[in-house]
Design a protein around this ligand. Structure first.
Ligand code: NAP
Length: 312
């Protein structure tokens, strides 16, 4: 176990975690960020273009996260690459032990910024063909489908961004959505509808992903006409939302029925000394800018908590 006692351990190096780290170090708090990946950035690493982060338009997710990391590095933020396995509450006033696969750290407070992962579509063929035509990351796998035909499933920002990205590589892209209206932001929809090689299939549910040794098609069900059809595709990109990565804290803090940590904009959870920032928090808007803002708010709350608890 390390002897050092941190003021704050930040778990997760996505926008929320890196935002928190910058604020924590500037506030003079003894801080460390732990992430299982040496590459900081979290979900934005797989975003091909971010066009709504104030002051830095049209960067790729990778470029934006490099800028976040550079900023944190300039301020001397300490990063550790490790897998956090458990958080232990000690008998001492406000002291937690953070068990990782490499060491045990001690801290007065914790900011949970573990983000979210992609949801599964849960249809036959999805599991079987993952890596053989089924993908959850257009920027990672799009190049394998050059001049081919692919389907993107979903109607949110990620699905539409993926369809736009893939339209530049693939011959034909089908966006398959279960309703007759997209959830994605208007500017993305406008871009999507202007693309000649993208067709949107409305009110359509995927029933099965079919193939032999790799994907060859999908079976569709049209909800309004009740008709079934088969669509030939070489690849299927699934973008049907996210699930919060809260396995680590599920016994520790209160969560809603979807597994998001309940915390208001001060990021204060039901457990004293533990704060939640970014996509894991129950909130309305999950954007990079709101994740970064959560990081700042969480540090403000950490400071008040430390002042109240240790400087009476
Ligand atoms: P999302 O906004 O939750 O959209 C998920 C989409 O998948 C919805 O259109 C939903 O349909 C559909 N869907 C869900 N379950 C389905 C199922 N079983 N079968 C078929 N379709 C299904 O998720 P997201 O696009 O992954 O985005 C996640 C969050 O990140 C959002 O809050 C988004 O705004 C945010 N985001 C932010 C940025 C940024 O800051 N620049 C970029 C990308 C994403 P319905 O519409 O019918 O519910």
């Amino acid at each position: 176990m390390e002897n050092e006692l941190y003021d704050v351990v930040i778990i997760g190096a996505g926008p929320a975690g890196m935002g928190a780290a910058v604020y924590a170090v500037r506030a003079g708090l003894k801080t460390v960020v732990i992430d299982r990946s040496p590459l900081s950035g979290g979900q934005i690493l797989t975003t091909y273009e971010v066009d709504n982060y104030l002051g830095l338009p049209s960067l790729s997710g990778g470029e934006l996260s490099d800028k976040f990391r550079e900023h944190a590095d300039q301020l001397g933020v300490k990063f550790i690459t490790a897998n956090v396995q458990a958080i232990e509450e000690t008998a001492e006033l406000s002291k937690y032990r953070i068990h990782t696969d490499k060491s045990i750290l001690q801290s007065k407070t914790i900011i949970l910024a573990t983000g979210a992962s992609h949801s599964l579509l849960n249809v036959t063929g999805e599991k079987e063909f993952t890596g053989m035509g089924v993908s959850y990351c257009a920027t990672c796998d799009g190049a394998f489908f050059r001049k081919r035909t692919v389907a993107v499933i979903g109607g949110g920002d990620v699905a539409v961004e993926d369809a736009i990205f893939l339209s530049k590589i693939c011959q034909k892209v089908y966006l398959i959505h279960r309703r007759d209206q997209l959830r994605a932001v208007d500017s993305l929809q406008k871009k999507l509808f202007s693309l000649e090689n993208v067709a949107v299939l409305w009110d359509s549910e995927v029933q099965e992903i079919t193939g032999t040794d790799k994907v060859t098609g999908i079976s569709l069900y049209h909800k309004k006409s009740c008709e079934q059809s088969q669509l030939d595709v070489d690849g299927v990109f699934i973008a049907v939302g996210i699930v919060p990565d809260t396995e680590l804290c599920k016994e520790l803090v209160e969560m809603d029925e979807k597994g998001y940590v309940i915390a208001d904009e001060t990021c204060t959870t039901s457990k004293k000394g533990i704060f939640a920032a970014g996509d894991i928090r129950k909130k309305q808007m999950r954007q990079i800018i709101t994740a970064v803002a959560d990081g700042a708010n969480a540090v403000g709350s950490v400071q008040s908590f430390l002042n109240k608890t240790f400087c009476k």
